[in-house]
Write a protein that binds this ligand. Structure first.
Ligand code: FAD
Length: 342
């Protein structure tokens, strides 16, 4: 389905796996009574303290297809070595995935009276789609023989810039995810970023704090998205269950993406969106006291959320950087075709 080597994912060699993330084979789970010989005093005290972050949990996310907990088939990949860019994945297989998402899951051609919530789901998927297209356009294989990579402004124009709704949806998704990250700010700034590499871990924590406590960002965009307005209708809960099911189906569909690297980024970004949905719609915004107590995230969810925000913000920047170049290129093409038709 993909004709390029660039479609494959390079996994981290064994020695690069963070020690703390390794699951030793054959080890009994910590709460297995057999390994504590049935002694109650040997049980781990799991009382939760008042801090926002209370250790990594394996809590179910109602928005995602549940395979994000550690299992033996999981491996570690360095995302920096596997950038999201052009892979050559296209044609009927890729088209079928997008079509299934939009058509089967009733996201496209929404009737005029479709609920705001359904529109939100459509915009989130469309925004993520625009972002994927922007990354393909930013790093495109211009000459396969020479292995020459660079921007492809025409592709960006055709797939994103020419469609103002796709641009708007990218901004919408960016703001939605930004709101989720800032709402979970307390939790994220207390999470354990422990990989046994103390320098990297300190750096990660410092970067997370800079992001969630960024004064310029807070004043420029105090409430990027107001989630309190949703699910207020008569059938709010029923609608939420329906939309959760739709999103879970979309999340499961990511396993069918026939290009390894696209699947990696597709799954990661859908998990990031599912995490944003969980933060915004599983935590009561009015209950400030219990807000942090209600939130439980898995390590993979945090990784996916932050990476999704990074992808979306890079895509917004790509649009800004390439839009003028694109305009010149398109003006040139239009001028050339007008000359031809004279
Ligand atoms: C999950 C996933 C991840 C992928 N990741 C990569 C990748 O990393 N690298 C790579 O090279 N390819 C990737 N692909 C393939 C890529 O997205 C395209 O499918 C492929 O490049 C062919 O593009 P296309 O021009 O046929 O249009 P597509 O992007 O396939 O779009 C199909 C149709 O969807 C509609 N559409 C397009 N954009 C939007 C939007 N923003 N909002 C609403 N509707 C829209 C249009 O009707 C369009 O004709 C991925 C595909 C999937 C499903």
């Amino acid at each position: 389905m993909c004709h390029l080597r660039d479609c494959s994912v390079c996994e981290c060699p064994e020695h690069e796996f963070p020690e703390t993330f390794k699951v030793p084979s054959g080890q009994l789970p910590v709460d297995d009574l057999k390994c504590q010989e049935g002694k109650p005093q040997a049980m781990v005290d799991r009382t939760l303290d008042k801090k926002a972050f209370r250790g990594w949990m394996e809590t179910d996310n109602p928005w995602t297809y549940d395979d994000e907990t550690d299992n033996s088939e999981m491996t570690y990949v360095n995302l920096l070595l596997n950038p999201e860019r052009y892979t050559g994945y296209m044609g009927p297989s890729a088209r079928r995935i997008w079509d299934t998402i939009y058509k089967k899951h009733c996201l496209k051609d929404l009737p005029g009276d479709a609920s705001t919530e359904r529109r939100v789901l459509y915009k989130l998927i469309s925004g993520m789609h625009s972002s994927i297209s922007a990354h393909i356009a930013k790093e495109y294989l211009l000459d396969e023989g020479k292995n020459l990579w660079g921007p492809n402004p025409t592709l960006l124009y055709e797939r994103v810039l020419k469609h103002p709704d796709r641009v708007r949806n990218l901004y919408f998704t960016f703001l939605f995810v930004l709101r989720a990250v800032t709402k979970a700010g307390d939790y994220l700034s207390q999470a354990e970023y422990s990989t046994m590499n103390s320098l990297e871990d300190q750096n990660t924590l410092s970067l997370v704090n800079q992001l969630v406590n960024n004064k310029r960002l807070q004043s420029a965009c105090p409430i990027p998205f107001d989630e309190a307005k949703l699910w207020k209708g008569e059938n709010g809960n029923e609608l939420k269950s329906q939309i959760q099911l739709q999103f879970r189906n979309i999340s499961a569909l990511m396993d069918c993406v026939g290009c390894e690297k696209c699947r990696l980024w597709g799954k990661l970004q859908i998990l990031g969106l599912g995490t944003a949905l969980k933060i915004l719609f599983s935590v009561d915004s009015n209950d400030l006291i219990n807000q942090s107590a209600q939130l439980q995230l898995q390590r993979n969810e945090v990784i996916a959320l932050i990476n999704l925000l990074s992808r979306l913000s890079e895509s917004v920047k790509t649009l800004h950087d390439l839009a003028p170049v694109t305009k010149n290129a398109m003006d040139g093409q239009i001028a050339a075709s007008s000359l031809q038709s004279l």
